[in-house]
Design a protein around this ligand. Structure first.
Ligand code: 6PG
Length: 469
């Protein structure tokens, strides 16, 4: 058999799907999995694609099966397993051979591994891949990071397997070092926020408008024909329509309301704090997941205080909810792109924000019609906050009143909307030229003589309270 063009380690759900995608696009691939049984079963199940797949028995076998200079994708769990695989592979590889970590790595780990690779004089790529199993199999969004020359070497294969937006591959180099994994992390933070906002309006429909799951499904299906058109709204329609085969009840009604997480949303919130680049909608989404898991405390709370959500009929319309979601989504993405920009500047990555929006248009979990408009707005002016881009200014002017009505009414009626409220509070901060931080500055100066600047520019930096402090 001819040598493979690329190798892949780790035939879990994502690795197997990605390997089949690569083979299907006509590329020969060598694969290895810790358990050889898995490799054998995978190869046997690959059908006609099996002729392009070389199953390797051990790592030396894998390395020998790949043409030089080699490229090997790691699809192993993030964290120690990646370090272990790099340590096991490196001694078997030549100086031009490339390791590509395609898992959901923390970008700090990727930066460290990239620095180690530079010190060893070998190439290393950290690559974000989004789209779940379906995306990996038929077209994910791919966010590359590391040496540009190394990315250029694998770009033809990555572009071939990536999702396409009107023919343009959703696979781009985002910058050196950990840039690709950082972009994927922010993608996931936005994913958490998008999901949370959808869950919040779902709650308003279920608990406030007394709607059953099939009716809610119909609303999501209708919204998917408008400004909210997106993968997450689409699947929300599907899950709301699904029926539990065990009980015949709506599937949503039998699922425990405690959400898990692997941590990428949390990383986004943490890094945003370090960067002083606020992403309050994402932070609220992470918080809401954490609170959701505190089931017994929530149940005790309901026993003590009584149930929160009260009827909303007559107070809010479905149009209000749609408008709130449109506004919330814009605010969340504006925060996410601003954070990316701050990170890119802090670490000198040069992340191309318009390209990032373009990569997210197809294949990934947050793909949506709106991202195409965001790509256009960022192409016009990558430095401008999205809320100030005319297309989004217009949408916000049209819908922020709905967001306000929804947040205010929900608060009065005991419905918790952490992400939508956080978006609104941020929006109102962002549209207030004269804020209230003058009070903070005065307080800081009072107790700590921290000083302040004056509006009139006079060179007096302390208040007349020195003797009282
Ligand atoms: C994707 C997803 C994928 C996964 C995340 C989120 O872009 O394909 O983001 O990477 O779903 O790991 O998982 P958690 O919700 O468990 O953090």
């Amino acid at each position: 058999m001819a040598l493979a063009e690329i190798g892949l380690v780790g035939l879990g759900v994502m690795g197997a799907a990605l390997a089949l995608n690569i083979a299907e696009k006509g590329h020969r691939i060598a694969v290895w999995n810790r358990s050889h049984d898995v490799t054998g079963t995978f190869h046997a199940g690959a059908g006609e694609l099996a002729t392009r797949i070389t199953p390797a028995r051990d790592l030396a076998d894998l390395v020998a099966a790949i043409a030089v200079p080699r490229a090997i994708i790691l699809m192993v769990p993030a964290g120690d397993p990646v370090d272990q695989m790099i340590a096991a592979l490196r001694p078997l590889l030549g100086p031009d051979d490339l390791i590509i970590d395609a898992g959901n790595a923390n970008f700090h780990d990727t930066e460290r591994r990239a620095a180690d690779a530079v010190a060893q004089g070998v190439p290393y790529i950290g690559m974000g891949v989004s789209g779940g199993e379906e995306g990996a199999r038929h077209g994910p969004a791919i966010m590359g990071g590391g040496p540009k020359a190394a990315w250029d070497r694998i770009a033809p294969i990555m572009e071939a397997i990536a999702a396409k937006h009107e023919g343009t591959p959703c696979a781009t180099w985002m910058g050196p070092g950990g840039a690709g994994h950082f972009v994927k992390t922010v993608h996931n933070g936005i994913e958490y926020a998008d999901m949370q906002m959808i869950a919040e309006v779902y709650g308003l429909m279920r608990d406030g408008l007394d709607m059953a799951a099939p009716g809610i499904a119909g609303v999501f299906e209708a919204w998917n024909e408008g400004a909210l058109r997106s993968y997450l709204i689409e699947i929300s329609g599907h899950v709301a329509r699904a029926v539990d085969p065990e009980t015949g009840s709506a599937m949503l009604d039998v699922i425990l309301d405690a959400a898990g997480q692997k941590g990428t949303g949390r990383w986004t919130a943490i890094e945003a704090q370090h960067l002083a680049a606020p992403v309050p909608v994402i932070e609220a989404a992470v918080m809401a997941r954490n609170v959701s898991s505190r089931l017994s405390e929530r149940r005790a709370g309901e026993t003590v205080f009584g149930p929160g959500p009260q009827p909303l009929a007559g107070a809010l319309t479905l149009k209000d909810l749609e408008g709130a979601l449109i506004a919330g989504k814009i605010l969340c993405y504006a925060q996410g792109f601003t954070m990316l920009d701050s990170a890119s500047k802090t670490w000198n990555w040069g992340v191309p924000l318009p390209e990032c929006a373009k990569v997210w248009r197809e294949g990934c979990i947050i793909r949506s019609a709106m991202l195409d408009h965001m790509a256009q707005a960022l192409t016009e002016d990558p430095a401008r906050n999205l809320i100030l881009a005319p297309a989004f200014t217009d949408l916000l002017k049209q819908h922020h009143e709905a967001l306000r009505r929804v947040v205010a009414t929900a608060a009065l009626k005991g419905h918790s909307l952490p992400a939508l409220s956080a978006g609104l509070a941020w929006f109102d901060l962002m549209r207030t030229a004269r804020g209230t931080a003058n009070m903070l500055q005065a307080q800081r100066d009072f107790f700590g003589a921290h000083g302040f600047d004056r509006l009139d520019g006079k060179p007096i930096h302390h208040g007349p309270w020195g003797s009282h402090a």
